[in-house]
Each structure stands twice: as C-alpha cells, then as structure tokens.
Ligand binder design. Structure first.
Ligand SMILES: Nc1ncnc2c1ncn2[C@@H]1O[C@H](COP(=O)(O)OP(=O)(O)OP(=O)(O)O)[C@@H](O)[C@H]1O
Ligand SMILES: [Mg+2]
Length: 265
C-alpha cells in the first residue's frame, strides 16, 4: 500500500438505528483530533471501527477509506505492517518479558536497523510521559498503568512507526498529557484521542461530539478556544503541583488556593 495520507470515515447509524448527523469526516497526516461525549456514548466503538477499517460490517454500519480507497473485505494486514496502533482503555500484558527484550523483538519484527538506539530512544520517550521512570530490565507485567500506556505510545510512535495512532483515554493512566501532545506534534501522523480531558480536546485541531452511539457534530478549534487552552494550562499546572506535593507526602495549606480563587473571582 502507498503511504497513508488520509483516512475518511463515513457515518452509519447510532444505537437507535438512526442515521448519524455527521455523515463524513477526513483526517490528514499531521491532524490531531479528539472524540468526546458522555460515558457509553460510543467513543471506543468509533475508534475500533477505524482500527478495523470498517466497511459496513460492524454494528454502526460505518465505512472507512484510506487515501480515498476502500479496503477489500478479505484484506488483512501483515500484523507487523498494520498501519494503525490502538492504545486501548484497558491494557494488560500477557508477556512477562523484560521491557528491553519486548522492545527488541518488536524492533526486529519491524525490520529496524540500529536496534539498540531505537530501544533507548523508545524508553526515553516513554519516560518523558510517566512520573516513575521505566527501567529496561523490569518485566512488562510489573509496569504500572501509566508506565504501560507511556511505553505503548512510545513503541507505536518510534518502533511501530504507525502512521495512525488511536489513544483511548490516556488521561486516566496518569500520563503527562501536555508533554505527550507536545511530543506527538513533532511527528507526521494522524492522532485520534478519545478523551474526557478539556485540555486535550482544546489542543486538538477538531473534536467529534458523540451521543447515543452517533457522531453529532464536528467542532473545529477556533483561536479563542486555543487561547482558552493556554489559560487552562495554569489550572492544570496548579493541579499537577498539588498532586506532586500530595504524592511526596507534604501537608497542603489552603492559603495559596484562597488567594488564587480571590484573584480569579
Ligand atoms: N453506533 C452504534 N451502534 C450500535 N451499538 C453501539 C454503537 N455505538 C456504541 N454502541 C454500543 O454501546 C456501548 C458503549 O459504547 P462504547 O464502549 O464505545 O462507549 P464509550 O463512549 O467508549 O464509553 P466510555 O466513556 O465509558 O469508555 C457498547 O456496547 C457499544 O457496542
Ligand atoms: Mg470507551
């Protein structure tokens, strides 16, 4: 297959069988998008449809095109070349290999050259996202939720070199979200975030709003929203610092917050 430049999703039906309000959207290399909506509204289902290259063969009846072409019904990717990486909401490892060996196997399967360098780069990338650094000799099953997700993201970006990366609610894993978005923006890929996090949503180019299994509307992030995301960073930083202090076992005083609230009021 040629290089993936674009994916197109054609709407199908929601849970009630009614046609989706959004009948089509296109994603091009370099786009970062979010999928938002209440719990159970079908966000995971939408990214699963993308990962499966749905062709009216899933309950939603959606259709996915790549570079304006459909994928044949019986088409299956060589798993080592699958162009989509899905970092799912619930990740469990069956493999108890040490991190380094796991990455080495993947890098070899992907035909990577300078394996040692790639492994080091992947772990370094992951460690920018997680609070507690990942050590190469730790076994995969011993990683925390946040470490696991961080490693999978790094693995998908650096070793997998996947052009399309789907991330299901990374915020719950305690990943450094702002850092993740900053790092990911440096890569020419399509990123799709399922998220309940306002910052991720506002830092995306657009967001798809879902309800009752159906895509309701597409909102393109305007300048005002982008500015709001920058302001929001202040609140985020305060929460991060608070979290760090609590993690370190410090006692929190109310004074700085009172001052801040007074300032904002
Ligand atoms: N278009 C659809 N047609 C039929 N069933 C659907 C559709 N969309 C979602 N569903 C069903 O609704 C249920 C909830 O969907 P899903 O898990 O995708 O929600 P979610 O938004 O990811 O929720 P959460 O925020 O809790 O992760 C699933 O059982 C899914 O199969
Ligand atoms: Mg979900």
């Amino acid at each position: 297959m040629n290089k993936i430049e674009k994916i197109t999703v054609f709407g199908g039906v929601g849970k009630d069988g009614q046609k989706e309000k959004v009948d089509r959207f296109d994603l091009c290399v370099g786009d970062i998008i979010s999928i938002v909506g209440p719990t159970g509204c079908g966000k995971t289902t939408l990214i699963n449809d993308i990962e499966l290259f749905a062709n009216q063969n899933t309950p939603s009846g959606r259709r996915v095109l790549i570079n304006d072409e459909p994928i044949d019904e019986d088409f299956s990717f060589d798993p080592s070349k699958h162009p989509i990486a899905l970092i799912s909401q619930h990740t469990n490892f069956l493999s108890d290999l040490p991190v380094g060996e796991f990455l080495e196997i993947h890098a070899k399967v992907r035909g990577g050259r300078d394996i040692e360098k790639i492994i080091a780069e992947t772990i370094e990338f992951a460690n920018q996202l997680t609070g507690e650094p990942i050590i190469r000799t730790t076994s995969m099953t011993e990683l925390s939720g946040g470490q696991t997700r961080s490693l999978l993201i790094a693995d998908a970006v650096i070793i997998g070199n996947s052009p399309i990366i789907l991330l299901d609610e990374i915020e719950n894993a305690g990943i450094h979200r702002t850092k993740a978005l900053e790092l990911l923006k440096g890569y020419d890929k399509i990123f799709v975030f399922v998220t309940h996090d306002p910052r991720i949503a506002l830092l995306s180019d657009l967001r798809i709003v879902m309800k009752n299994g159906a895509m309701q509307k597409i909102i393109y992030t305007n300048l005002e929203e982008k500015n709001a995301a920058i302001e929001l960073k202040l609140i985020d930083d305060i929460m991060l610092e608070l979290r760090n202090n609590i993690r370190k076992g410090e006692i929190i005083s109310e004074q700085p917050f009172k001052m801040l609230i007074n300032e904002l009021a």
